[in-house]
Ligand binder design. Sequence first.
Ligand code: ADP
Length: 615
Amino acid sequence: MNKNVSFFNFSIRRILSDHLSILDNARLRLLYYGLALSFCTLFVLVADILYQQHPILSYTTGALFVTSAILFKFLTYQPRWTLISHLILIVATLVNIVDIYIAIQDVDVVTIEIIIMILLFSFYMLGQKAGLIYSLINIVPVVLMLILKYNNDYLIGIKPERVDDTTKIISTFACFILIAFIHSHFYNAFIKTIKELKETSDKQSGITAEFEEAMEKAQKSSEAKSEFLSTMSHEIRTPLNAVIGMSNLLITGNPRPDQRENLEVLKFSAGNLLSIVNDVLDFNKIESGKLVFENTKFNIVELMQNICGGQMMTAQAKGVLFKLDVDSSLSRKVLFGDPTRMTQIIFNLVSNALKFTAQGSISVKATCIEDRHNRVTVNFSVKDTGIGIEQNRLDIIFEPFIQESTSTTRQYGGTGLGLAIVKRLLELQGLKIKVNSTPGVGSEFWFNMEFPVSTEVYEPTNIQSQTITENSESLSAIRMLIAEDNPVNVMLMKKLLSKWNIVPSIAENGERAVELVQYGNFDIILMDLQMPVMNGFDAAIEIRKMPNPQKSGIPIIALTASALFDIRERVLESGMNDYVSKPFKPNELFEKIQNLVSKTSTTKFNFSENPVVPQ
Ligand code: ADP
């Protein structure tokens, strides 16, 4: 409120405000006009009563008159309508009781009107609770007085004052006007409020509809993005599969030294391209929230050795010292966790260390920092003596597609997704990655992870006896069906399988595969998933439905170049036994075939029989 405004400025504009609700503004207006009206009426009444020489009524009416004048000024100074309403009601209640019990010693029409006014005013201005209290305080004395009068019990030593008819007419009229004013005023305010609420709700529904539409659009565009990436991955991985597979085959075929060198470059570049595609897909998968963490048993020493095995060789070739140090207290423990995601995290950190370190050393550590009965907390750290990172870039490098500088991109390549994937994978498990780095000296990335511990004791496997040797003899009698529509992939598979002395039958789509299984005898099926006419999922479902248990039970391995999120579940749901992602590693495929075929009884093999295939 502006304190410099003149004392005699009684403008209502000083108290009304756009920030207040319609009802609150109506309350202020009612107080303003109500007090002004009361002030004028009471002025006439006081004069009239003074003229008639009624001392008590003069005091009570005078009190009301002075109160209305003071509160009117107070209202235009500070629009505190709650306080002012309470003050009006208190004074009016007191005056009412004094009038009933002392001044007129009766209940007349004016008294009733005053009570109705107090009732309306208190409910509208202060709400239900205060309304009820003020109503009771005023009604009870009136009822009591009526009872006392009825029993002729009310006698006090003061003579009642009888006002003449003019005063009664003025009071009655003024009270009616005030009652009508209060009521009509609030009626309008309520109607306005309801209208405004309706408009707001209409607007709200409009906004909600727009919002829902925008959400739907965003959802669709995100689905389209995932779908696009998934399709792209298939489209890119299929030829990549061919390139990597072909270079593998050519390298094993005794090339000339200069050819070998070119082939190695070809293989390396294709591998690089594949890891970029995989990074983009992984990131997309994490961001879409569809990532589910596994909870399987693993041994941390074995896991770390597997992750770092290949990297150690790369480091050696670069002349960088590579040290892997896993706490010996963890060597016999079987932990629960997601080894695939662990691998992804550590692999990304170690790959970066290798990429950005030209000389010196890389040290990878897994240290047990807390060992409670059935849980351990492990600190993982990857430290290098590489190029390091500027302090002000330490946060930003974890953002997707961000690299330390543009020269990093030029010199070292990469997509800037590795650390973003690491960060998100840890965040999804409620963990944080930390980094310490000095440019020109080196960097250290570390995080702590807690694992539940199994009661089992880990028995290190004898690698020699475990490694499945690619013994061509072991698979040579297998009757294999390949369902694959891409001729390059078919050629590649045939070449690879010929190394294991397998001569597969080929179905160019799912429908043909089902047909071949119906009429022929196979020990295993390699099923591409995306094929024309009938896809691999449907074909597998059809095969599983076959009445002959020997056919419906044929092991099926899905071949997929797709990065669909729920591929594993879908493969298993459609009845297939396992899957390999293209471009697959020959060892992995060999191992899976051998595992599945060895599970089916040896009696099933009929080495003399060749697959009977309808032409
Ligand atoms: P990319 O390696 O594909 O560029 P990352 O997300 O893995 O993407 O890393 C982002 C950036 O962080 C890198 O480009 C590099 O500038 C910096 N960086 C990450 N790790 C290291 C490291 N060990 N030493 C120096 N710089 C690093």
